[in-house]
Structures are given as structure tokens and as C-alpha cells.
Write a protein that binds this ligand. Structure first.
Ligand code: ASP
Ligand code: MG
Length: 420
């Protein structure tokens, strides 16, 4: 008997019929001799709708209340799914994140899981019931307030539960057949990859691929949770995320596993920073002080004893970061602060880059031929990323996908979802 954790995303439980379809899949898994624990997201785009509603009531809602509101979405789907399962003659019991033992820190909207105590889930499983857990939420250890794990966080709930329950596999059900070489909504010729390493998946998730939540992949790698991404609309095996591609299939593995775009970042340049020790430290301490996560950082060579520093950061933090830097403009002694929201980051990821020369040459030639201007560059051992104009991103992704030979014969199927 295997212990399986199944996570169903919003598009898989978007309406009553979908909920009944998912219920059948869950009951079939149990009847095939498995113990099943389920994690659900909110129905369809309902989290976005709750967000919009909050905005209409208040321009800047308190984090505690916003989390309380958003967690209602998952409570709706968990209860409906439990009802549908019960109609099929199996026993299901729904639990909020707090009831399921998902203990987090206190940071509303971006809480981190610090402990999982799934006593009630284990008890339900022992009695032959199917626990249905609301994804994306937990309870803060110190304040006891309800928290959320950040958008897309249900994936992380599923992996955290799978690790705590020592499950045999964590299956992430979505509206496409698995992990693709690019977002099929952007590149219809994207191909589904049967295997991908945690390392490649981390790079893709960190650079705009939305198929898996970044922290879910980090967690799965750390706790060795076998992770499978597949569609709830078909029986296809999907994509297995693994530590290493086994030798017998490694030969056929393409050099590049995927191309992604990220439109969620902005760029700040502080000009004429004195070229002296400690200046960059002042800039980045200021940003760390308000909890801003930076991505790319570039400093130009200095001319006339001063230099420009450019970095990218989440769009949502742009206002706070600019204000914090401007408040210390005199002390840091920089010239001007320039903001740019119109950027995108385009990334190429593949473990094969380590051993294949010429990847950068092809990458930059492709962008040049597509007429895409490169504003910033950053690399890791298995990734090349550039900042471009936002309006050039789709064109860049499509051109790279083609030039690295990733196009499949047919068109990828998107079974549901608005891609919101
Ligand atoms: N419902 C939440 C969201 O839309 C969490 C999730 O779907 O994973 O972000
Ligand atoms: Mg998701």
C-alpha cells in the first residue's frame, strides 16, 4: 500500500463538475489500494477575485485580514470536494491548514512553514478516511493568527505534508500534462519533458515558470519528496522531478530543458555613487532593512570616481525600495534614482550547459536576430538570464525555444484555466 499526496490546483476544481471529476480520481486511487491525502487550491480564479474585492474595500488591507479572507477560498473547495467524495461512498474529512498542523512564522502573505504536526491527518488515514487539506495556509506559531504561504503556495502545502507523512509520492495535478520546455500558453509548440532535475526546476521556478511554486521545489529537494506534475484531465504520467537523470535516459536528454519569462520585476538604477569601499554595502543594507529581495545586480566600471549600480527587484517592492533609498540619498551620496517598471527577465535553463560550449553564443545571436535588446545579463552554472523590454519578452522566449531545437511536432494542450 502506497501513501499518496495529491494536490489539485484551482483549474482542476473550477466548478461543480470538475470537483466531481476530481473526486472520482481520488476515490479510484484509494480503491486501487492506496492511502490518499489531498490538498486543494481555491476554485478557479477565486483567490484573484477575493483579492479584487479586498482592493475595492480598502486600498491597503491589513495583512492579517487579507490572509483571513484569502484562506476562505480553499475552505470552500475542500468542503465541496469532501461532499463529492462522500457521494461516491468513500469517507472524506476536510481540514483547514491550521487543523492539519501547518505551523508557520508570522509573516502574512508570505509565511514560511516551520513545523508540520499532522496528527489529525494520520488519525484520519488510519481510520480509512481521505483527509482533504486546504492548501496555501497555516497558523502562526507565536501569534496564532491565520497565515498564507504566498501565491501558488498550495504546492508547498502538499510537499510539506508529503514530507511529514513520509509519503511515497507527491502528485501535483494541474491543467497541462506536466512540466513543459516553455509556458504552453506562450509557446504552443512547447514540449512536455518526462523528467527534470530539482536543480533545473528550481532555476525555472525562480525565473518565472509558474507550473510549480519555488518553495515547493526547494522543500521537495531538501526532504527528498518524489514529485510528479501531471494533468487532472488525463491519465498521462506527467513529469517526474528527480535528483539526477539516470544514465540510460541521460543520453536523450536535451541540453536545454526550458525557457521562461518573468514579468514581475522592476529595475532601479542609482547613478553617480562614489567609487569608495562601503558604498554598495550602504545601498544594499538599506534594501535589506525593509526586507526587499533583490535578483540581478550590476555595477558599471567607474568613470570620474563614481559609478552606477543597477538591480532588479519585485515590482511590488519598487515604491518602498525607492523611498528607502531616497531617504538616505545624502548619506549614500548618489546622484539620481531611476525606476523602470517596463522590464522582463528571459531565462534559458539546462543542466547540459555545463558540458556544452556555444550555448551563450547561440543565445545572444538569437536575441540579436530577433531584434531584442539586452539590458542586463546574469548567469548561473545552468542558466543564462537577460533583462529586456517587457514587450520583447514573448518574442525572445519564442525565438530561443526555436533556436535551441525545443519545438515539438504538435501543439501543447492547455485543458483549462485562464492562466491568471
Ligand atoms: N489559491 C492560492 C492562489 O491562487 C494558492 C494556490 O493556488 O496555490 O495563489
Ligand atoms: Mg499553482
Amino acid at each position: 500500500m502506497a501513501l499518496v499526496v495529491q494536490k489539485y490546483g484551482g483549474s482542476s476544481v473550477a466548478d461543480a463538475d470538475s470537483i466531481k471529476r476530481v473526486a472520482r480520481r481520488i476515490v479510484e486511487t484509494q480503491r486501487a489500494g492506496n492511502q490518499v491525502t489531498v490538498v486543494v487550491s481555491a476554485m478557479g480564479d477565486s483567490t484573484d477575485e477575493l483579492m479584487d474585492l479586498a482592493q475595492q474595500v480598502s486600498p491597503d488591507p491589513p495583512g492579517r485580514e487579507l490572509d483571513m479572507l484569502l484562506t476562505a477560498g480553499e475552505r470552500i473547495s475542500m468542503a465541496l470536494l469532501a461532499m463529492a467524495i462522500s457521494d461516491l461512498g468513500a469517507e472524506a474529512r476536510s481540514y483547514t491548514g491550521s487543523q492539519a498542523g501547518l505551523i508557520t512564522d508570522r509573516y502574512h502573505g508570505q509565511a514560511r512553514i516551520i513545523d508540520v504536526t499532522p496528527g489529525r491527518i494520520q488519525a484520519a488515514l488510519a481510520e480509512g478516511a481521505i483527509p482533504i487539506v486546504a492548501g496555501f495556509q497555516g497558523v502562526a506559531q507565536d501569534t496564532k493568527d491565520i497565515t498564507t504561504l504566498g501565491r501558488g503556495g498550495s504546492d508547498t502545502t502538499a510537499v510539506a505534508l508529503a514530507a511529514a507523512l513520509d509519503a511515497d509520492v507527491c502528485e501535483i495535478y494541474t491543467d497541462v500534462d506536466g512540466v513543459f520546455s516553455a509556458d504552453p500558453r506562450l509557446v504552443p509548440a512547447a514540449r512536455q519533458v518526462p523528467y527534470i532535475t530539482y536543480e533545473e526546476m528550481l532555476e525555472l521556478a525562480a525565473h518565472g515558470a509558474k507550473v510549480l511554486h519555488l518553495r515547493c521545489v526547494e522543500y521537495a529537494r531538501r526532504f527528498d519528496v518524489p514529485l510528479r506534475v501531471r494533468s487532472s484531465f488525463t491519465d498521462k504520467p506527467g513529469t517526474l522531478v528527480v535528483h539526477e537523470i539516470e544514465e540510460n535516459i541521460a543520453m536523450e536528454q536535451p541540453i536545454i530543458s526550458g525557457v521562461s519569462q518573468d514579468l514581475s520585476e522592476a529595475k532601479i538604477t542609482v547613478t553617480a555613487v562614489p567609487d569608495l569601499p562601503g558604498e554598495a554595502a550602504l545601498v544594499f543594507e538599506t534594501l535589506a532593512g525593509i526586507g526587499v529581495n533583490l535578483d540581478m545586480i550590476v555595477q558599471n566600471v567607474s568613470a570620474d570616481g563614481s559609478t552606477d549600480i543597477t538591480f532588479t527587484l519585485p515590482n511590488a517592492d519598487l515604491g518602498a525600495a525607492s523611498a528607502a533609498l531616497l531617504a538616505r540619498q545624502e548619506e549614500i551620496a548618489f546622484g539620481e534614482l531611476l525606476q523602470d517598471e517596463g522590464i522582463a527577465k528571459v531565462s534559458l535553463v539546462g543542466a547540459g550547459m555545463r558540458s556544452h560550449p556555444g550555448v551563450s553564443a547561440t543565445f545572444f545571436r538569437t536575441l540579436a536576430d530577433a531584434g531584442v535588446n539586452v539590458e542586463m545579463i546574469s548567469t548561473s552554472e545552468i542558466r543564462i538570464s537577460v533583462v529586456t523590454r517587457a514587450e520583447d519578452a514573448a518574442k525572445a522566449v519564442q525565438a530561443l525555444h526555436t533556436s535551441f531545437g525545443l519545438n515539438a511536432e504538435g501543439e501543447a494542450v492547455v485543458y483549462a484555466g485562464t492562466g491568471r
